[in-house]
Design a protein around this ligand. Sequence first.
Ligand SMILES: NC(=O)c1ccc[n+]([C@@H]2O[C@H](COP(=O)([O-])OP(=O)(O)OC[C@H]3O[C@@H](n4cnc5c(N)ncnc54)[C@H](O)[C@@H]3O)[C@@H](O)[C@H]2O)c1
Length: 380
Amino acid sequence: MARKKLNIGLIGCGFMGRTHSNAYLKVNKFFDLEYQPVMRAMCDLNAEKLKTFAENWGWETTETDWRALLERKDIDAIDIVCPNNMHHDIAIAAAQAGKMVLCEKPLAMSVGEGKEMVDAVEKAGVANMVWFNYRRVPAIALAKQLIDEGRIGRVFHYRAKYLQDWTISTDLPQGGDALWRLDAKVAGSGVTGDLLAHSIDTATWLIGGIDKVSAMTETFIKERTHQVTGKVEAVKIDDACAFLARFKNGALATFESTRYARGRKNQNDFEINGEHGSIYFNLEDAHQLQYYDNRLDNHVHGWQTILVTDFEHPYMGNWWVPGCVIGYEHTFINALSDFLKGLETGEPVRPSLRDALDTQYVCDAVLESAKTGTWKTIAG
Ligand SMILES: NC(=O)c1ccc[n+]([C@@H]2O[C@H](COP(=O)([O-])OP(=O)(O)OC[C@H]3O[C@@H](n4cnc5c(N)ncnc54)[C@H](O)[C@@H]3O)[C@@H](O)[C@H]2O)c1
C-alpha cells in the first residue's frame, strides 16, 4: 500500500529521543495505517552525540539549532523531546510555522506557558498530542474500558503512587546533562511535574476531572553543586509531594510521589475502589490488571489477575499471540499509532495540548497549595 509520508523533525536525542525514534521505526510494522512517519531530521545541541544517535537510529539529516529545523520546508511535524523549559518556545514557533506539534510531558513550566502553547496550536489548526504514554499501557486502557462499561460503578476512592529512589545521594549534582530534572529553572518543578503529571493524567482520563487539592512538598537535600556553574546552589525542586484531591464526581483521592523511596525504581501504581468493584495496576507488572468484581456470587469473590495479552485487549491485537507480553517501549508505539490514526480519521488524538493543560492546572495548584498550606480549587 502506498502510504502518505509524514516528515518528522525530532528535537532531543536523550532517553525519550530513543523511545520516540524506536516508535517511528516500528509503528508501520505493527499497525495498519494510512500515514508513514519519515525520520527526516534529528536535532540536538550536542553535535557529537547527535551524529552517533542519528546514524544509529537512521535519521536522514541533522540540525544543531532547532530554529533552523523549524524553517525547513521538508518537515511536517515537530516532536519536542528536550527539557521542559524548551517546550513552550519550540511548540509555539512550530505551530506558527504550520507544523504539527508532538510534545513530551509535562506540557510546560507553568499554566501561563501552557495556555500560550494551546492558543498557538489551536490558532494554527495543527494536529497535536502530548506523550502521556501510560494511557497506552494496554492494562491501563483496559482499566478505562472496565470503568466505562460500568463494571466498578460509582467511584469512591482513587489512590496513586509514583516512586523512585535515584536522587538520595547528597553527592549528586544538579543541572546540566541528565541532571536538569533537579534544576528548577529547567525542569519547572520536581516530582510534581515529572512524575505526578503522569499520575494526574491517568487519573483524570480514567475517572474525570479534579475539583480541589491540598498538598505538601519537601526538598530533602537543600543544596547541590550545579554541574554547569560548578557552584553549590540552592535546590528549588520538590523532592517529594503528597496531595489530597476531591474529584468533581465526589471521589476522594491521595497522590504521592518521591525520588527518595529506596528500592522503588519506577513504581507507578493506582487503586480505584468503586461501588461494584475495585481495580489495581502497578507499572512494575505492566502486563497485568487486578480486578475485584463484587457482583459475582459471594463464594467466588476474590481479586482476579487479568493477563492483558489477549487479542481482545486494547492494542494487543497488533502485537504477539496471547500470553506474550509487551513492554515500556510499546506504549510509545501505541501512542504514535493513535496520533497517525487521528490524522487518517480526522478525529483528533487525545491527550491534546489542551488536555495536558488541564493536568498543568492541577500541578500548579498542587505546588501553590504546598506553598500556602491551603486547599486550592483547580482553575481552568
Ligand atoms: N513520557 C515519559 O514517560 C517521559 C519519560 C522521560 C522523560 N520525559 C520527558 O521528555 C523530555 C526529555 O526528557 P529526557 O529524559 O529524554 O531528557 P534527556 O536529558 O535524556 O535528553 C534531553 C536531550 O535534549 C537535548 N537538548 C537540551 N537542550 C537542547 C536544545 N536547546 N536544543 C536541542 N536539544 C537540546 C540534550 O542535549 C539531550 O540530548 C522531558 O520533557 C521529560 O519530562 C517523558
